[in-house]
Ligand binder design. Structure first.
Ligand code: ATP
Ligand code: MG
Length: 442
């Protein structure tokens, strides 16, 4: 019986992982500039962490969780998102202590799990690359982190992105808005979707986030949360806007944007693209401020700000926009062995070349010399070493620089000694030229 991968998952084959690694490398370099360090937390956590952290009424918790009981009867869940686990780790490892930097800045990457209806850019196992900054309520942290997100995309060469922001204010502002929103929605209650009917009293802001077309038409005329911000909240949002402008980062405001997770307050943002792949505006990065979350999961009151990038969506867009991801890596040395008797010596030669810090490969299937050369060309080999029965007897190997076609015969002993500069006789007597040829760091 042949098996299939579970619905909503993907195999990332080498041609894919090459692209992912390219993106991840760029991200890591930018994150180092911003002084974020990597954190890795478990793939599963206690179910309660998410129901508390992300919110009982969120789609993520109420519909999309991969939760299960382990053999010890513990209620666990595959993580649907990264922020609650990192807040948990922040508290559990006392990262709020005086010996730690403030803000405490970390990034994470890895698989997340949500039971959703799979479609392009929407998977059941997907990957996020995200950052969190704990301990600063300075609006400059909001803006620096948004700037970081924009920088990540810019470094990849991704343009025509749209930054959309909103403010959810502090608790007082949200409570005032909640009343106004309920008052607005009540007369429409019969027209709302079943989900939104339930949300109306439990968490009316959720209704704004509804994916239902009829709900969306109703909330289009809902009062704006921005009219209900108290002075502190207004001040914070004004500062964020002013700082974005100071950095020349264009943005739009969408006062109906609420985000799908309950822990947000003050600034929230999304980065969207209009790329053809999805036919409509798609969010590839989303985040915001979550000043209550650390306390919610049992730590001291600590402000926080973060975002997550959806890697699958990002890769779809990068490929749709034909953005070059990863250069062709040339192979340093390909070893051709003619006849089965060369098998052992070929094994030793490739290992010796690798020991010298060069990349090497060989044929294992005793194929014809012509086919082996084809492979060497396909792999873009810089040097081909050919070993036949004659060479074996003489203790030599044929050496060919592919670019110039220049050939010579060298001693096998010299290969095993690792004296490659001499042995490759590249007319490059000095180390710098050798390193240049093989693109090694001096
Ligand atoms: P959506 O409204 O599309 O469901 P969301 O609000 O649930 O998104 P977040 O929880 O904010 O998304 O996650 C941040 C990013 O992670 C999203 O902008 C998206 O790029 C990506 N993402 C979220 N869910 C999925 C999924 N099921 N498959 C692939 N990527 C996802
Ligand atoms: Mg979702």
């Amino acid at each position: 019986m042949a098996f299939q991968k579970p619905k909503g998952t993907a195999d990332l084959l080498p041609e894919n992982t090459k692209q992912w690694q390219y993106v991840e490398d760029i991200f890591r370099a930018v994150l180092a500039d911003y002084q974020f360090e990597e954190i890795r937390t478990p793939i599963f956590e206690s179910y309660d962490l998410f129901s508390r952290g992300v919110g009982e009424t969120s789609d993520i918790v109420s519909k999309e969780m991969y939760n299960f009981q382990d053999k010890g009867g513990r209620e666990l869940a595959l993580r649907p998102e990264g922020t609650a686990p990192i807040a948990r780790a922040f508290v559990e490892n006392k990262l709020f202590g005086p010996e730690h930097a403030k803000p405490y800045k970390v990034y994470y990457q890895g698989p997340m799990f949500r039971y959703e209806r799979p479609q392009s850019g929407r998977m059941r196992q997907f990957h996020q690359f995200g950052v969190e900054a704990f301990g600063s309520d300075n609006p400059a942290t909001d803006v620096e982190t948004i700037a970081l997100a924009m920088d990540l995309f810019q470094e990849l060469g991704l343009e025509s992105l749209k930054l959309v922001i909103n403010s959810l204010g502090d608790l007082e502002s949200r409570l005032a808005y909640r009343e106004a929103l309920i008052a607005y929605l009540k007369p429409h209650v019969e027209e709302l979707s079943e989900d939104s009917k339930t949300r109306l009293h439990k968490n009316p802001l959720r209704v704004l986030d509804s994916k239902d077309k009829k709900d969306q038409a109703i909330v289009a005329n809902a009062p704006s949360i921005l009219d209900y911000l108290n002075d502190t909240s207004k001040e914070h949002f004004e500062a964020v806007k002013e700082m974005l402008e100071a950095l020349d980062i264009p943005y739009e405001i969408d006062s109906n944007m609420v985000r799908g997770l309950d822990y947000y307050n003050h600034t929230i943002f999304e980065v969207m693209t209009e790329a053809e792949t999805f036919g409509s505006l798609t969010t590839i990065c989303a985040g915001g401020r979550y000043d209550g979350l650390v306390e919610e999961v049992g730590g001291p009151a600590t402000p926080g700000f973060g975002f997550a990038i959806g890697m699958e969506r990002l890769l779809l867009i990068l490929n749709a926009e034909d953005i070059e991801l990863a250069e062709e890596e040339a192979l340093d040395v390909y070893v051709i062995g003619i006849g089965e008797s060369t098998n052992l010596e070929s094994l030793k030669v490739v290992q010796a070349v690798r020991s010298a810090g060069l990349s090497a490969d060989r044929d294992f299937l005793n194929r014809k010399i012509k086919n082996q050369f084809k492979t060497a060309n396909k792999k873009n080999a810089k040097v081909v070493l050919t070993l036949g029965e004659n060479e074996l007897e003489n203790g030599t190997i044929n050496f060919k620089v592919m670019k110039s076609g220049k050939e010579s015969v060298v001693e096998l002993e010299d290969i095993y000694d690792g004296d490659f500069e001499k042995l490759f006789n590249l007319k490059v007597s000095d180390m710098t030229a050798f390193n240049e040829f093989f693109k090694k760091e001096d």
